[in-house]
Write a protein that binds this ligand. Structure first.
Ligand SMILES: Nc1ncnc2c1ncn2[C@@H]1O[C@H](COP(=O)(O)OP(=O)(O)OP(=O)(O)O)[C@@H](O)[C@H]1O
Ligand SMILES: [Mg+2]
Length: 1010
């Protein structure tokens, strides 16, 4: 029914080039006039449609109210979707820049411009948030991301202030690189800052405030901290906070902001000590502002208080402070002359110091933020740079700051034109379409007027600043008049014609910027450009106990011989550097417009907007974009949309998309001059051609729907869903990818948490990690088990949690291997091993020859008789003459027998064997000590046996005599017969011999290798 049709149209409406509210892309305007432009903008603004494209440029109008278009659902919607498939949005631009970067693997920047309060900073934050949410990111990177997000509140606290135009006005220019790795993860960031408006520290216009941080500290600072810094909780107490007479503003909650800033400082890794120093510098500026002077009888300035807090915070003594603030030290040859200040001069010096301290602190802070966001990994990154820089400014009175800011905008405009033309030209080239030159206003002449070496305004200003003698702002103006008199973009009171002269003061000069005329008042130019601190006060401040201050000032151009670069020159070179940075990247633009001066939602001041449209160069851009062909689309996209208009392409075109498009536009009657076929895109010269096509499409769609509806109820919905699915497909893909990554992030997060808590008992954080570790370890173990029992080194080192398990497993495994091994050995071998074991228990570590014996002895195999348990050849030594006799010693169940050729010569029953002695050395001597009361026995039995260990082991098994065996160090004493003793002595020599020594002992000489 009706509702379905409505939904159908609404849904399609979002896809059409012509939105139902005005048009979504200015490129498709019928005429490129200011009026048409503004009318479209107004129309859309009235329906809260604040975004409109000019091609890929995004125009944004500050709604001055919260719109529900920045939620996660919206972010999802724009992810991975073609630029022109959805209504214009800042997310679409952010997403397209991101995807282009990923697919083309190149660098990009997004230039956000617009006047104060137009929404630049908000736009840059929305982009950052979009990347934070939509880019894949791992836990480790989350910290980088947090730091990037958190750098904002810190920099805003120190660099933003309430002005008449904006309650949160950025008083510095900012360029921030977001670095992405090849996966598209945001892995690091870097900030460049430009020209902080330091004069605000000491002076604020009525209705304006100093930088937020001062109020945050005073209003939100903890009691203890304030006490420590010697501050009172009252902004009215501080001269630097009260000039604008609006310390408290309803739109600003300093106390909450204080908490945010403190938290952010921690996230960006600024430690406790530095945080204290940081607030110390902020407090010292406040104290400095309250320093007063009296004059003595000669009109010389003197400190009228002792300024204890200030001295304490700066860490300088009273005398030095007094001298630094009230005298200038002039070094003339070898002498030093102290030149006293008047009160005014002293105040000037005091303010200069306050500005310098604050400015240096700001730089210090940016450096710290950069350190914390730095990505130290050297692999290739691509970046998206965000440039949030002051827009063109025109006040009632314009000073040095406006001169710098407007020069900056002039440069950016130049870059913008160059890049836009370049991009256009490149696209034509890439598509093989002839380039048709575009007329545009080249603002190089104005840039040169300002920046040209030796001839530009900045050079002349520097010359005046450096010139000895009494150069003043007015002499600077005279120089300008001399040198610029014929320049078409420069005019002063003196140079002007009668009419113009009426609009100029004598101290003014006027520049004709690309965006319009601006009249600058020269007062203060020299001074602000010099930005000088006298050397003696700089030296003083270098002594500061506050590390931030002393560090910053001692690294400041300390070479006293050379003058530091002037402010304008520094600014100029930083802008040139910025231009280089930007030129190397692909450009995306956001142009912010401010609908009214009163920060009101829903109010569109056409005159105000027209002015901005002009100086933002929007019409210029539009003209360039439309100069050749207003509209261009990929063949696939064009065909997909318009194929129902031609029977040959509907419902399917089987050939190449380009051919399909050719057939289609022929069918539609496009004239040859109206379009061109590029390599991948169709180019349509006039929007009206496209409109005709679009109208035909609307009609056709409607007819189709009606026809289908008549035929099949519900088919229409199929049609709708089919279209919807096609459109959303890429979005779905992108979301899927993100979800997949989100899932991965979750797993990795869990993994890391598990890793960190792996040492703890099993809990919810680490259980999955531990399971993973377990499985991983077991798998590893499985593939790397020791293969033999002897292998004691192959065993995977377990993770701490598995140490116990691993030990159990190791034991089990060895037992298993042992069991297998044992089962595989023969009974003989087994007996042998058992013997070995016994031998070792008797001799290991006691007898010298044991280790060799272990090695040689396993191959021996002994024959067993039924009765005879064991037999071994021995040499028996007679007791008296120690004559050697070869014998067999045979062990039976009860006794040892000495046998000579089958005759038993002697039997020693085990019961009478009271001891067995061997030496600790390498010899085969064994002495049986036999109880002499037994009549038949004749004293000790002395033998030598080559397989001593085996023999004794057998003996100890059979006779159960292991305890009887003694390993003797030195001589072995024995009884030859009752009461008569003798001994075996041991010595060493080259040849082993055994003989009866003179002392009647048996001497055994072992061979000891030399
Ligand atoms: N998209 C938006 N939605 C809602 N409010 C907005 C939006 N953009 C800007 N604003 C409002 O406008 C105010 C000023 O915006 P913002 O601070 O971004 O301006 P700016 O262009 O950075 O100005 P300046 O040059 O002074 O720094 C914001 O504080 C906010 O209240
Ligand atoms: Mg801003």
């Amino acid at each position: 029914g009706g509702e379905g049709a409505e939904g159908f149209l609404a849904m399609e409406g979002a896809l059409t080039a012509r939105d139902r509210v005005g048009i979504q892309d200015f490129v498709l305007l019928d005429e490129t006039t200011d009026a048409a432009f503004l009318s479209n903008l107004t129309k859309r603004f009235s329906k809260d449609l604040i975004y409109t494209y000019i091609g890929t440029l995004l125009v944004s109008v500050n709604p001055y109210k919260e719109l529900d278009i920045y939620n996660n659902k919206q972010m999802d919607l724009y992810m991975g979707v073609n630029f022109f498939e959805l209504p214009p949005h800042i997310y679409a631009l952010a997403d397209n820049a991101y995807h282009t970067m990923l697919t083309e693997f190149n660098n990009h920047f997004i230039l956000i411009s617009g006047e104060s309060g137009a929404g630049k900073t908000e736009a840059s934050k929305k982009i950052l948030q979009y990347y934070a949410v939509s880019c894949p990111s791992t836990t480790l990177l989350n910290t980088v991301r947090d730091k990037m997000l958190m750098s904002n509140p810190v920099l805003e606290a120190f660099g933003n202030a309430k002005t008449l135009k904006n309650d949160n006005s950025s008083r510095f220019g900012k360029y921030m690189d977001i670095q992405f790795d090849s996966q598209g993860d945001a892995v690091g960031g870097h900030i460049l800052n430009y020209l902080l408006e330091k004069s605000r520290v000491v002076h604020q216009n009525h209705g304006e405030r100093n930088f937020h941080i001062f109020y945050q500290l005073v209003e939100g600072g903890e009691e203890g901290l304030l006490h420590q810094l010697g501050l009172e909780r009252d902004c009215q107490h501080y001269d630097y906070l009260t000039q604008g007479e609006c310390a408290i503003v309803s739109s600003i909650n300093d106390r909450n902001d204080w908490k945010t800033v403190k938290n952010a400082l921690q996230i960006i890794n600024i430690d406790e000590i530095n945080i204290n120093h940081l607030f110390g510098t902020v407090a010292s500026v406040l104290h400095l502002g309250n320093v007063r002077f009296d004059s003595d009888s000669k009109g010389r300035a003197q400190l009228n208080e002792n300024n204890a807090e200030l001295r304490w915070l700066l860490g300088v003594d009273a005398h030095s402070l007094q001298e630094g603030l009230t005298y200038r030290k002039i070094e003339a040859k070898k002498d030093q002359v102290l030149s006293p200040f008047t009160i005014d001069h002293a105040i000037y010096v005091r303010d200069a110091l306050a500005k310098a301290i604050y400015g240096q602190t700001f730089t210090w802070l940016v450096n710290r933020i950069n350190e914390s966001m730095e990505n130290k990994d050297l692999s290739r990154k691509n970046v998206i740079g965000l440039l949030d820089i002051y827009g063109f400014e025109v006040f009632y009175v314009n000073s040095f700051e406006q001169f710098c800011i407007n020069y900056c905008n002039e440069k950016l405009q130049q870059l913008f034109i160059q890049l836009t033309l370049k991009a256009e030209q490149e696209e034509y080239e890439a598509e093989d379409i002839e380039w048709e030159p575009v007329q545009f206003f080249n603002n190089k002449i104005i840039c040169d007027l300002v920046e040209e070496k030796h001839r530009g305004i900045i050079s002349i200003l520097d010359e005046e600043c450096l010139r000895p003698g009494d150069a003043t702002d007015l002499t600077f103006l005279e120089r300008l008049e001399e040198r610029m008199s014929n320049h078409p973009h420069f005019v002063t009171h003196k140079l002007a014609d009668k009419m113009t002269r009426k609009t100029l003061e004598r101290g003014d000069f006027r520049l004709l910027h690309y965006a319009g005329e601006v009249t600058y008042c020269v007062v203060g130019f020299l001074d602000k450009n010099n930005d000088l601190l006298y050397k003696n006060i700089k030296d003083l401040i270098c002594q500061s106990k506050n590390a931030i201050i002393s560090e910053s000032f001692s690294t400041m151009d300390s070479d006293s011989m050379r003058r530091p670069e002037t402010v304008a020159t520094q600014f100029k070179s930083s802008l040139l550097k910025l231009t280089d940075i930007l030129m190397a990247k692909d450009a995306w633009y956001i142009r912010c417009l401010k609908p009214n001066e009163s920060k009101q939602p829903g109010h569109f001041d056409e005159a105000l907007v027209r002015h901005q449209v002009k100086y933002l160069g929007l019409m210029e851009h539009l003209r360039v974009r439309r100069a050749g062909f207003a509209y261009r689309r990929k063949y696939e996209v064009f065909l997909k949309r318009y194929k129902p208009l031609c029977p040959a392409t509907w419902p399917h075109w089987r050939g190449l998309p380009a051919d399909g498009v050719e057939v289609l536009v022929q069918h539609l009657g496009y004239l040859p001059d109206e379009y061109k076929m590029g390599r991948t895109k169709i180019f349509i010269r006039h929007p009206r051609t496209l409109y005709a096509t679009e109208d035909a499409f609307e009609k056709c769609k409607h007819d189709l729907a009606t026809r289908l509806q008549a035929k099949y109820k519900g088919y229409k919905f199929l049609f709708i869903s089919a279209t919807k699915i096609e459109t959303c497909w890429r979005g779905v893909q992108a979301r899927k990818e993100r979800d997949r990554r989100a899932w991965a992030v979750k797993v990795i997060k869990k993994f890391i948490k598990g890793y960190m808590t792996r040492g703890q008992a099993k809990n919810t954080d680490n259980s999955e990690y531990l399971a993973f570790v377990r499985q991983n370890y077991l798998n590893r173990l499985k593939g790397n088990l020791p293969k033999t029992v002897l292998d004691k080194t192959t065993w995977q080192t377990p993770p701490a949690v598995l140490a116990e398990t691993s030990e159990i497993l190791r034991k089990l495994h060895y037992r298993l291997m042992v069991r297998k091994y044992v089962r595989g050995i023969t009974p003989q071998k087994k007996a042998q091993f058992q013997m070995k074991l016994l031998t070792s228990s008797i001799f290991k570590g006691k007898k010298e020859s044991y280790p060799q014996s272990v090695q040689i002895h396993s191959h021996q195999c002994t024959v067993f008789f039924l009765l005879v348990q064991y037999g071994v050849p021995v040499i028996k030594y007679d007791r008296n003459g120690f004559k050697p006799r070869p014998r067999q010693l045979v062990l039976t169940q009860r006794a040892a027998h000495v046998i000579e050729e089958a005759n038993i010569k002697q039997t020693v029953p085990y019961t009478s064997l009271k001891g067995i002695s061997v030496s600790n050395l390498t010899d085969g001597i064994v002495v049986f000590h036999i109880a002499c009361e037994v009549p038949k026995q004749k004293g000790a039995l002395i033998m030598q046996c080559d397989t001593l260990f085996e023999f004794l082991t057998k003996l100890s098994i059979i006779a159960n005599k292991q305890n009887a065996i003694q390993v003797v160090h030195g001589s072995i004493q024995f009884e030859i017969q009752a009461g008569k003793e003798s001994a075996v002595d041991f010595s060493s020599g080259q040849e082993p011999t055994v003989y009866k020594a003179k002392n009647g002992h048996l001497m055994v000489v072992r061979r000891v290798p030399l």
